[in-house]
Design a protein around this ligand. Structure first.
Ligand SMILES: Cc1ncc(COP(=O)(O)O)c(C=O)c1O
Length: 419
């Protein structure tokens, strides 16, 4: 194994190894056998890694700030089986609208442990949340307050979403904490919302929410959000959002969970009331590394550049097209480099290029390609472009694999037609 291969293994779920014949083994399951059983493309998830990550976050946060809760940002991987894992691990769950609420309930997440978000919540979103008993609804605008005043009959806990005025180094499409963001309220408007909510007899103002953005590789701006939240006043609850970045490539070095939580709790000790409760909402950093996508090579077009085209692409991974996110890849039974190629998808856009300039070892038609770190924001944005069938989600643990969501079928493509 060359040093590149060792680096690459470090992007896969912890414990991933190579069998004697050079085939990747994830959670005790050989990737070639998974491809035979479940087909390709497929989202492969190391369930043990998922659970261990949930425990790592929960342990770090409760160690640093006892009155606290990790709330999984489910938009990153809204699969019923993932909700079930998070519920079993005792985490709360954030849902962005009624659809994720339905999935979370199906996954066994108690509604009281949910936080509902959204910059544009409909009557349906809010009435379903209220009816289900969602513990916390994050007020993003004054229309949320109007709607809730109309819909709530008992008492509803709410947080006010504040724009913290923090510009972090990330892709523009996933930055949310800067002045002028479409999410949340400016400090002046947030103060008005606080005043209004304090006068409400049905909406119980628990505190304030901030979220700086996603894929942020430095804990400092994430911690700084605690200070911005504190400036809004003393509350029982401070929800500091998500945003911790993950290592997609060899050059990225995000803080560890312990470093990230340490920075947040240090800022909290400095700025927040000591008896307050802290929530954090990790999404990407919770699930990304537990997942990988398995593809099969359909064609190799040698030239300048050489195109290695697989049986998926932007139908199962929009991170590349939306944010230009860089991934790495390997042939599943020949880990290591060799030829520099463009790994492309099968969809009818030149932008459907999964990885430009990735090293693969003499790629051939029929080879299996593994793209690591696809557990976050891939399944959730999977689509039917060009009639693509959305891939199955396969959970692996201790050498056993089971599909927790099946592959779509052509019948599924026709299922919603009325004429
Ligand atoms: C309100 C809120 N909380 C949490 C998250 C999760 O962020 P991440 O997946 O970067 O941890 C998001 C997504 O951007 C979000 O909008």
């Amino acid at each position: 194994m060359n040093p590149g291969a060792a680096d690459l293994l470090g992007l896969f779920p912890p414990g991933t190894l190579l069998a004697d014949d050079g085939t990747l083994v994830v959670a005790g399951c050989r990737l070639d056998e998974l491809a035979d059983e479940f087909g390709t493309p497929a989202y492969i998830v190391d369930e043990t890694a998922l659970r261990e990550r949930a425990r790592e976050f929960a342990g770090a946060l409760s160690g640093g700030w006892p009155s606290s809760r990790v709330v999984f940002a489910s938009k990153s991987f809204p699969c019923t089986a993932v909700y079930r894992v998070m519920a079993q691990e005792g985490l709360g769950v954030d849902v962005a609208g009624a659809g994720e609420l339905v999935l979370a309930l199906a996954g066994g997440v108690p509604a009281r442990d949910m936080v509902m978000h959204g910059n544009a919540k409909s009557d349906t979103d809010l009435s379903m949340a209220v009816e289900a008993g969602v513990g916390t609804i994050v007020v993003d605008n004054f229309d949320d307050i109007d709607r809730l005043e109309r819909l709530v009959t008992g008492e509803q806990g709410v947080l006010v979403r504040l724009i913290p005025g923090i510009t972090a180094d990330t892709h523009a499409a996933i930055a949310t904490g800067h002045d002028g963001s479409k999410f949340g309220l400016s400090p002046a408007d947030a103060r008005r919302a606080v005043e209004r909510l304090r006068g409400s007899d049905r909406l119980r103002l628990d505190g304030v929410h901030v979220h700086v953005g996603s894929q942020i590789l430095d804990a400092e701006p994430l911690a700084r959000a605690a200070q911005a939240a504190a400036a809004l006043g003393d509350f029982d609850v401070y929800d500091l959002g998500g945003g911790l970045g993950v290592r997609y490539t060899y050059t990225e070095h995000p803080p560890t969970v312990a470093q990230y939580v340490g920075a947040l709790t240090e800022a909290a000790r400095e700025h927040l009331p000591s008896g307050s409760r802290i929530l954090i909402e990790p999404g990407r950093s919770m699930v990304a590394r537990a997942g990988l996508t398995l593809y099969r090579v359909l064609t190799v077009k040698r030239g300048e550049p050489t195109f290695v085209a697989v049986d998926g692409g932007m139908g199962d991974n929009l991170e590349v097209s939306l944010y230009g996110q860089r991934f790495e890849a390997t042939i599943a039974n020949r880990v290591g480099g060799g030829d520099v190629v463009d790994l492309v998808g099968r969809h009818c856009e030149s932008g459907d290029r999964l990885i430009a300039g990735v090293e693969l070892d003499d790629p051939q038609v029929g080879d299996l390609i593994a793209v690591p770190v696809t557990g976050a924001y891939c399944m959730t944005m999977a689509n039917n472009y060009n009639g693509a069938l959305r891939p199955p989600v396969v959970f692996c643990s201790g050498g056993t694999a089971r599909a927790v969501q099946r592959r779509e079928t052509y019948d599924d493509l026709l299922r919603r037609d009325l004429a």
